[in-house]
Design a binder for this molecule. Structure first.
Ligand SMILES: [Zn+2]
Length: 228
């Protein structure tokens, strides 16, 4: 179980980063770049302390240079994704399209090698922070042979997000606990029983979770097919 072995090293890394931020005196007022909407002031969620960052969900996204993005969105000559917005809305739930700020898009949603690729792939350096795409509750935090270390967040209204191949889980992130948009929930990695490149596999899912299949009974959604 390589994934679990990596998990603790990553946690130590996050603790070090949090400590450095505290020493720098910049831990008091931090933004996650997410507008919670009218009447929903950004307050500290109850539960364990999680790593906050000043990372923002970026309003620009580039496809990875040198990588062929199948089923990708429309891209400008510069490699910039056209008409990209940081936040999309599904069933009234606001979600980030790229939960790994700074990462580039390495694969799109749709048919790939004759199978449905149920999410988006993002590439950045090993250990890049992965943020909760929206407010919600962690419902799965586990290792699977195919998805490696993965987290599923329930955002309410039948909307879920999944984050796979993480090298580590974020501090204070536990099943059943709330997370807020922008919380660090893990780090980018390549955990899986197969040899795969470092990347984040990110899914937006909808449907009824209370079936025997759980999150794997949900319907994947094309994040670029949603409104903004
Ligand atoms: Zn993928």
């Amino acid at each position: 179980m390589v994934g679990h072995g990596n998990r603790w090293g990553g946690r130590i890394g996050l603790v070090l980063i949090a400590g450095l931020l505290a020493l720098a005196g910049c831990s008091s007022v931090q933004e996650d770049g997410y507008d919670p909407g009218p009447g929903r002031a950004p307050v500290d969620a109850p539960g364990p302390e999680r790593t906050r960052t000043n990372l923002r969900f970026a309003n620009t996204l580039f496809v990875c240079s040198g990588m062929t993005v199948s089923n990708g969105p429309r891209v400008e000559l510069s490699g910039k994704v056209a008409d990209f917005t940081a936040i999309t809305t599904i069933e009234g739930v606001k979600l980030a399209i790229n939960p790994a700020p700074g990462a580039c898009l390495s694969s799109g949603y749709g048919t790939r090698d004759g199978r449905l690729h149920k999410g988006l792939d993002y590439w950045a350096a090993l250990g890049t922070p992965i943020l909760a795409a929206g407010n919600g509750t962690v419902v799965e935090m586990t290792y699977r042979a195919d998805y490696g270390n993965m987290i599923v967040i329930d955002h309410g209204r039948g909307i879920y997000t999944r984050y796979a191949h993480l090298s580590a889980f974020g501090d204070g992130v536990e099943p059943g606990e709330p997370v807020r948009a922008g919380d660090v929930i893990g780090q980018m990695g390549n955990t899986s029983d197969r040899a795969i490149p470092v990347h984040l596999h990110y899914e937006i899912l909808s449907g009824d979770y209370r079936t025997p299949k759980g999150s794997f009974g949900l319907t994947p959604v094309d994040p670029f097919g949603l409104g903004s």
